[in-house]
Design a binder for this molecule. Sequence first.
Ligand SMILES: Nc1ncnc2c1ncn2[C@@H]1O[C@H](COP(=O)(O)OP(=O)(O)OP(=O)(O)O)[C@@H](O)[C@H]1O
Ligand SMILES: [Mg+2]
Length: 253
Amino acid sequence: MSTKSFSGEYSVVFKNLKKSFGTAAVLNDVSFGIHTGKITTILGFSGAGKTTLMKHILGLTKPTSGDVEVMGRSLGEMSELELREFRRNFGMVFQYAALFDFLTSFENVAFPLREFTKMNEEEIEQKVMGLLDSVGISKEAAYRLPSELSGGMRKRVGLARGLALDPHIMLYDEPTSGLDPITTHTVYELMRDTHRAKQKNGFTSIIISHDIHATLKYSDYICFMEKGQVVEHLDVESFKLSKNPVIRRFLEL
Ligand SMILES: Nc1ncnc2c1ncn2[C@@H]1O[C@H](COP(=O)(O)OP(=O)(O)OP(=O)(O)O)[C@@H](O)[C@H]1O
Ligand SMILES: [Mg+2]
Protein backbone atom coordinates (compact mmCIF):
# COMPACT_ATOMS: atom_id res chain seq x y z
CA MET A 1 0.00 0.00 0.00
CA SER A 2 2.97 2.29 -0.53
CA THR A 3 1.79 5.64 -1.92
CA LYS A 4 3.26 6.00 -5.38
CA SER A 5 3.66 9.76 -5.56
CA PHE A 6 2.53 12.81 -3.69
CA SER A 7 2.33 16.29 -5.12
CA GLY A 8 0.52 18.26 -2.39
CA GLU A 9 2.33 21.32 -1.03
CA TYR A 10 3.08 19.71 2.34
CA SER A 11 4.21 16.12 2.85
CA VAL A 12 3.67 16.37 6.59
CA VAL A 13 1.18 18.61 8.40
CA PHE A 14 1.08 18.94 12.19
CA LYS A 15 -2.33 19.99 13.45
CA ASN A 16 -2.44 21.39 16.98
CA LEU A 17 -0.19 18.57 18.09
CA LYS A 18 0.21 18.19 21.82
CA LYS A 19 2.16 15.52 23.67
CA SER A 20 2.65 15.12 27.39
CA PHE A 21 4.52 12.46 29.29
CA GLY A 22 2.88 12.44 32.72
CA THR A 23 2.58 16.10 33.64
CA ALA A 24 5.42 17.25 31.39
CA ALA A 25 4.23 18.93 28.17
CA VAL A 26 6.84 18.00 25.56
CA LEU A 27 4.99 19.25 22.46
CA ASN A 28 2.75 22.19 23.09
CA ASP A 29 0.37 22.94 20.24
CA VAL A 30 2.60 22.43 17.21
CA SER A 31 1.01 23.41 13.87
CA PHE A 32 2.96 23.70 10.64
CA GLY A 33 3.57 21.97 7.32
CA ILE A 34 6.75 20.44 5.89
CA HIS A 35 7.19 21.33 2.23
CA THR A 36 7.11 18.50 -0.29
CA GLY A 37 10.30 18.10 -2.31
CA LYS A 38 12.41 20.23 0.05
CA ILE A 39 15.00 19.76 2.77
CA THR A 40 13.63 20.93 6.11
CA THR A 41 15.77 21.01 9.21
CA ILE A 42 14.30 20.93 12.68
CA LEU A 43 16.67 22.86 14.86
CA GLY A 44 16.72 23.49 18.57
CA PHE A 45 18.49 22.95 21.87
CA SER A 46 18.61 19.59 23.57
CA GLY A 47 15.25 18.61 25.04
CA ALA A 48 13.22 20.94 22.77
CA GLY A 49 11.09 18.02 21.56
CA LYS A 50 12.67 17.36 18.14
CA THR A 51 12.95 13.57 18.36
CA THR A 52 9.46 13.37 19.87
CA LEU A 53 8.13 15.34 16.91
CA MET A 54 9.84 12.96 14.48
CA LYS A 55 8.39 9.92 16.23
CA HIS A 56 4.93 11.41 15.67
CA ILE A 57 5.59 11.61 11.92
CA LEU A 58 6.23 7.89 11.96
CA GLY A 59 3.22 7.19 14.16
CA LEU A 60 5.59 5.58 16.69
CA THR A 61 4.35 7.97 19.38
CA LYS A 62 0.67 8.87 19.70
CA PRO A 63 -0.43 12.46 20.26
CA THR A 64 -2.10 13.45 23.51
CA SER A 65 -4.28 15.60 21.25
CA GLY A 66 -4.14 16.91 17.69
CA ASP A 67 -3.10 14.97 14.62
CA VAL A 68 -0.40 14.48 12.01
CA GLU A 69 -1.17 14.16 8.31
CA VAL A 70 1.39 12.52 6.09
CA MET A 71 1.01 12.70 2.32
CA GLY A 72 -2.60 13.76 2.81
CA ARG A 73 -3.51 10.96 5.20
CA SER A 74 -4.41 11.31 8.85
CA LEU A 75 -2.23 9.03 10.99
CA GLY A 76 -4.82 9.24 13.77
CA GLU A 77 -7.32 7.45 11.55
CA MET A 78 -5.04 4.55 10.63
CA SER A 79 -5.09 1.17 12.32
CA GLU A 80 -1.78 -0.26 13.59
CA LEU A 81 -1.67 -2.54 10.58
CA GLU A 82 -2.20 0.35 8.14
CA LEU A 83 0.43 2.37 9.96
CA ARG A 84 2.95 -0.44 9.70
CA GLU A 85 2.38 -0.65 5.95
CA PHE A 86 2.39 3.12 5.62
CA ARG A 87 5.84 3.36 7.24
CA ARG A 88 7.30 1.93 4.04
CA ASN A 89 7.00 5.46 2.70
CA PHE A 90 9.69 6.54 5.16
CA GLY A 91 13.41 6.03 5.33
CA MET A 92 14.84 6.55 8.76
CA VAL A 93 18.25 7.27 10.14
CA PHE A 94 17.69 7.43 13.89
CA GLN A 95 19.63 9.35 16.51
CA TYR A 96 22.36 7.00 17.80
CA ALA A 97 21.40 4.98 14.72
CA ALA A 98 22.58 1.51 15.30
CA LEU A 99 23.47 -0.80 12.49
CA PHE A 100 23.10 -4.43 13.41
CA ASP A 101 26.55 -5.17 14.89
CA PHE A 102 26.49 -8.79 13.83
CA LEU A 103 25.68 -8.08 10.18
CA THR A 104 28.02 -6.82 7.46
CA SER A 105 27.31 -3.54 5.66
CA PHE A 106 25.83 -5.59 2.84
CA GLU A 107 23.50 -7.52 5.14
CA ASN A 108 22.48 -4.38 7.01
CA VAL A 109 21.31 -2.79 3.76
CA ALA A 110 19.77 -6.04 2.51
CA PHE A 111 17.78 -6.41 5.75
CA PRO A 112 14.74 -4.25 4.81
CA LEU A 113 14.71 -5.80 1.33
CA ARG A 114 14.60 -9.32 2.75
CA GLU A 115 12.01 -8.25 5.33
CA PHE A 116 9.62 -6.28 3.13
CA THR A 117 10.08 -7.34 -0.50
CA LYS A 118 10.05 -10.53 -2.50
CA MET A 119 13.28 -9.75 -4.33
CA ASN A 120 15.48 -12.74 -5.16
CA GLU A 121 19.18 -12.98 -4.19
CA GLU A 122 20.39 -11.63 -7.49
CA GLU A 123 18.08 -8.62 -7.33
CA ILE A 124 19.06 -7.98 -3.72
CA GLU A 125 22.76 -8.14 -4.57
CA GLN A 126 22.30 -5.66 -7.40
CA LYS A 127 20.19 -3.26 -5.34
CA VAL A 128 22.44 -3.36 -2.26
CA MET A 129 25.67 -2.88 -4.22
CA GLY A 130 24.08 0.02 -6.10
CA LEU A 131 22.98 1.65 -2.84
CA LEU A 132 26.37 1.15 -1.18
CA ASP A 133 28.12 2.53 -4.24
CA SER A 134 25.83 5.59 -4.25
CA VAL A 135 26.89 6.45 -0.69
CA GLY A 136 30.58 5.85 -1.40
CA ILE A 137 31.06 2.47 0.29
CA SER A 138 33.48 0.24 -1.59
CA LYS A 139 32.90 -3.40 -2.51
CA GLU A 140 35.50 -4.43 -0.01
CA ALA A 141 33.86 -2.47 2.85
CA ALA A 142 30.50 -4.01 1.95
CA TYR A 143 31.60 -7.27 3.59
CA ARG A 144 32.98 -5.72 6.77
CA LEU A 145 31.16 -5.54 10.10
CA PRO A 146 30.16 -2.14 11.53
CA SER A 147 32.96 -2.42 14.13
CA GLU A 148 35.44 -2.50 11.23
CA LEU A 149 34.18 0.79 9.74
CA SER A 150 34.81 4.41 10.69
CA GLY A 151 31.97 6.48 12.19
CA GLY A 152 31.45 8.30 8.89
CA MET A 153 31.26 5.03 6.97
CA ARG A 154 28.69 3.68 9.43
CA LYS A 155 26.53 6.75 8.81
CA ARG A 156 26.79 6.11 5.07
CA VAL A 157 25.70 2.50 5.48
CA GLY A 158 22.82 3.73 7.67
CA LEU A 159 21.79 6.10 4.89
CA ALA A 160 21.96 3.33 2.28
CA ARG A 161 19.77 1.16 4.51
CA GLY A 162 17.29 4.03 4.95
CA LEU A 163 17.04 4.40 1.18
CA ALA A 164 16.64 0.70 0.44
CA LEU A 165 12.85 0.71 0.05
CA ASP A 166 12.79 3.86 -2.12
CA PRO A 167 11.02 6.03 0.46
CA HIS A 168 9.14 9.26 -0.27
CA ILE A 169 10.24 10.89 2.95
CA MET A 170 13.66 10.55 4.54
CA LEU A 171 14.01 11.30 8.24
CA TYR A 172 17.40 11.89 9.80
CA ASP A 173 17.79 12.37 13.54
CA GLU A 174 21.17 14.00 14.11
CA PRO A 175 22.85 12.05 11.33
CA THR A 176 26.27 13.56 12.00
CA SER A 177 26.53 13.36 15.78
CA GLY A 178 29.99 12.21 16.79
CA LEU A 179 31.63 13.02 13.45
CA ASP A 180 34.46 15.49 12.84
CA PRO A 181 33.56 18.73 10.99
CA ILE A 182 34.90 17.57 7.62
CA THR A 183 33.16 14.20 7.72
CA THR A 184 30.02 16.01 8.90
CA HIS A 185 30.04 18.06 5.72
CA THR A 186 30.61 15.05 3.49
CA VAL A 187 27.62 13.33 5.09
CA TYR A 188 25.52 16.48 4.58
CA GLU A 189 26.64 16.64 0.95
CA LEU A 190 25.60 13.04 0.54
CA MET A 191 22.16 13.78 2.01
CA ARG A 192 21.81 16.78 -0.30
CA ASP A 193 22.93 14.84 -3.39
CA THR A 194 20.55 12.02 -2.51
CA HIS A 195 17.79 14.58 -2.13
CA ARG A 196 18.52 16.24 -5.46
CA ALA A 197 18.61 12.95 -7.31
CA LYS A 198 15.08 12.14 -6.13
CA GLN A 199 13.61 15.62 -5.72
CA LYS A 200 11.58 15.70 -8.90
CA ASN A 201 9.40 12.89 -7.56
CA GLY A 202 8.50 14.92 -4.48
CA PHE A 203 11.15 13.31 -2.25
CA THR A 204 11.19 15.15 1.07
CA SER A 205 14.09 15.23 3.52
CA ILE A 206 13.62 16.07 7.19
CA ILE A 207 16.76 16.48 9.26
CA ILE A 208 17.06 17.06 12.99
CA SER A 209 20.19 18.92 13.88
CA HIS A 210 22.05 21.05 16.40
CA ASP A 211 24.59 22.05 13.79
CA ILE A 212 23.73 25.59 12.79
CA HIS A 213 26.43 25.95 10.11
CA ALA A 214 25.53 22.79 8.22
CA THR A 215 21.84 23.60 8.61
CA LEU A 216 22.16 27.02 7.01
CA LYS A 217 24.22 25.59 4.19
CA TYR A 218 22.12 22.58 3.24
CA SER A 219 18.47 23.30 4.15
CA ASP A 220 15.65 24.89 2.18
CA TYR A 221 13.49 25.47 5.28
CA ILE A 222 14.24 25.65 8.98
CA CYS A 223 11.87 24.97 11.83
CA PHE A 224 13.24 26.21 15.14
CA MET A 225 11.79 24.56 18.25
CA GLU A 226 12.07 25.61 21.85
CA LYS A 227 10.37 23.99 24.83
CA GLY A 228 7.92 22.03 22.71
CA GLN A 229 6.87 24.93 20.52
CA VAL A 230 7.79 26.13 17.06
CA VAL A 231 9.44 29.52 17.42
CA GLU A 232 10.02 30.08 13.68
CA HIS A 233 9.41 28.12 10.49
CA LEU A 234 11.00 29.95 7.58
CA ASP A 235 12.97 29.50 4.40
CA VAL A 236 16.68 29.64 5.11
CA GLU A 237 17.26 33.20 3.87
CA SER A 238 14.42 34.60 6.02
CA PHE A 239 15.64 32.54 8.95
CA LYS A 240 19.05 34.21 8.81
CA LEU A 241 17.29 37.58 9.23
CA SER A 242 15.09 36.47 12.15
CA LYS A 243 15.10 38.98 14.99
CA ASN A 244 14.00 36.42 17.57
CA PRO A 245 16.58 36.68 20.40
CA VAL A 246 16.81 32.89 20.92
CA ILE A 247 17.51 32.37 17.23
CA ARG A 248 20.01 35.24 17.15
CA ARG A 249 21.83 33.48 20.01
CA PHE A 250 21.87 30.22 18.04
CA LEU A 251 23.08 32.01 14.89
CA GLU A 252 25.94 33.59 16.80
CA LEU A 253 27.30 30.22 17.99
N1 LIG B 1 9.12 8.32 26.35
C1 LIG B 1 9.31 9.41 27.10
N2 LIG B 1 8.90 9.43 28.39
C2 LIG B 1 9.07 10.53 29.17
N3 LIG B 1 9.67 11.67 28.75
C3 LIG B 1 10.13 11.69 27.48
C4 LIG B 1 9.96 10.58 26.59
N4 LIG B 1 10.49 10.92 25.38
C5 LIG B 1 10.96 12.17 25.52
N5 LIG B 1 10.73 12.65 26.77
C6 LIG B 1 11.10 13.99 27.26
O1 LIG B 1 10.67 14.93 26.32
C7 LIG B 1 11.59 16.00 26.21
C8 LIG B 1 11.99 16.19 24.76
O2 LIG B 1 12.73 15.06 24.34
P1 LIG B 1 13.26 14.87 22.86
O3 LIG B 1 14.03 13.61 22.83
O4 LIG B 1 12.13 15.03 21.93
O5 LIG B 1 14.23 16.14 22.73
P2 LIG B 1 15.24 16.54 21.57
O6 LIG B 1 14.88 17.91 21.15
O7 LIG B 1 15.28 15.48 20.54
O8 LIG B 1 16.63 16.60 22.36
P3 LIG B 1 18.13 16.17 21.88
O9 LIG B 1 18.59 17.28 21.02
O10 LIG B 1 18.88 16.09 23.17
O11 LIG B 1 18.03 14.85 21.18
C9 LIG B 1 12.74 15.68 27.14
O12 LIG B 1 12.57 16.39 28.33
C10 LIG B 1 12.59 14.19 27.36
O13 LIG B 1 13.06 13.82 28.61
MG1 LIG C 1 16.70 14.10 19.91
